[in-house]
Write a protein that binds this ligand. Structure first.
Ligand SMILES: C[C@@H](CO)C(=O)SCCNC(=O)CCNC(=O)[C@H](O)C(C)(C)COP(=O)(O)OP(=O)(O)OC[C@H]1O[C@@H](n2cnc3c(N)ncnc32)[C@H](O)[C@@H]1OP(=O)(O)O
Length: 296
């Protein structure tokens, strides 16, 4: 903690480096808060030294976290709960060592008719993660297949354990990806690789996913969750207004032309000057002290 007193610059290094005290907090932080919700398919906790990381673990091990209706509905509820929680600045979503998620629940889908899925707009209810204004990190170990890969891609950052496998095997079921597995994958890994993956059901390793651009970091499987929590703690230490603006600018820019994206970013940047946190951040820098963000 002495670094905080010494200078703002050293403090900034503290925030940006993997300091031993941050590692300590991520490794040893216990679930100090359990969700009051009664979840069947997920585990929901708050983690991190400051209890400011929303942690969701898919927990349907016998079915390799297949994304049944109940699980997706609980995921939606948990994300909304963290969205409203003023202490939470970032969310980590993970699965088990064996599977992040093996896709939509095939046994649940098996008997559905065209009219069911069309009229019910099946899978549209999966959009909760994409609507979340707070950053979400997917920590992927094991299989991320079909809907599992799609859910990971709905997150803002993907960290993968070194044994993770990504794929879109829907073609083997006589169907196609239905929750972004063609479009999001195409944007992440490029058209040729995405086309190969959806047409052949070939899986790619964590290493390949990192090279192709689907994943931002690969770490040993055992360290994955702590690594994601550490990053989430860092993100949570910043102004929630600024992190929200960053997320909005990146996501909007991704969909827009360069000209529109640059304009949108500039306007959000201008808007940040209306926040107390922008004033505090720059004042703290000048006064060589750590900033105290108030999310206002
Ligand atoms: C529509 C889109 C969304 O856009 C989809 O997501 S469609 C689904 C796409 N996913 C898949 O096709 C993957 C299906 N799963 C597998 O291919 C294999 O299970 C595996 C992931 C390669 C693992 O194989 P392994 O031999 O190690 O394990 P099992 O096959 O015995 O699986 C264990 C257990 O889990 C059940 N299960 C696995 N995936 C699903 C799923 N997507 N839906 C429902 N259930 C799933 C599997 O049936 C086994 O349970 P058991 O039958 O033994 O009770």
């Amino acid at each position: 903690m002495a670094c905080f007193r010494t200078s703002a610059r050293i403090c900034r290094q503290f925030l940006f480096n993997n300091s031993s005290s941050t590692k300590f907090s991520a490794v040893f932080s216990s679930p100090r808060w359990m969700s009051s919700g009664n979840y069947e398919y997920i585990i929901v906790e708050k983690k991190g030294e400051k209890n400011n990381v929303g942690f969701i673990q898919l927990n349907r091990p016998k079915a390799l976290n297949a994304l049944c209706k109940g699980l997706m509905s609980e995921l939606d509820q948990a994300v909304q709960k963290f969205e409203k929680d003023d202490d939470v600045g970032c969310i980590v979503l993970t699965g088990s060592d064996r599977a992040f998620a093996a896709g939509a629940d095939i046994k649940e889908m098996q008997t559905k008719e065209f009219s069911d899925v069309w009229r019910g707009n099946f899978l549209s209810e999966w959009d909760a993660l994409s609507r979340c204004s707070k950053p979400v990190i997917a920590a992927v170990n094991g299989f991320a297949l079909g809907g599992g890969c799609e859910v990971a891609m709905m997150c803002d950052i993907i960290y993968a354990g070194d044994k993770a496998q990504f794929g879109q095997p829907e073609i083997t079921l006589g169907t196609i990806p239905g929750a972004g597995g063609t479009q999001r994958l195409c944007k992440a890994v490029g058209k040729s690789k995405a086309m190969e993956m959806v047409l052949t059901a070939n899986r790619i390793s964590a290493e390949e996913a990192e090279k192709a651009g689907l994943v931002s970091k690969v770490v040993p499987a055992a360290e994955l969750v702590n690594e994601a929590i550490k990053t989430a703690e860092k993100i949570s230490s910043f102004s929630k207004i600024a992190t929200g603006m960053c997320k909005e600018a990146v996501n909007a820019g991704y969909e827009m032309s360069l000209k529109e994206g640059l304009h949108f970013e500039k306007r959000l940047f201008h808007a940040s000057f209306a926040s107390n946190d922008r004033r505090e951040g720059m004042t703290a820098f000048s006064e060589k002290r750590p900033p105290k963000f108030t999310d206002s």
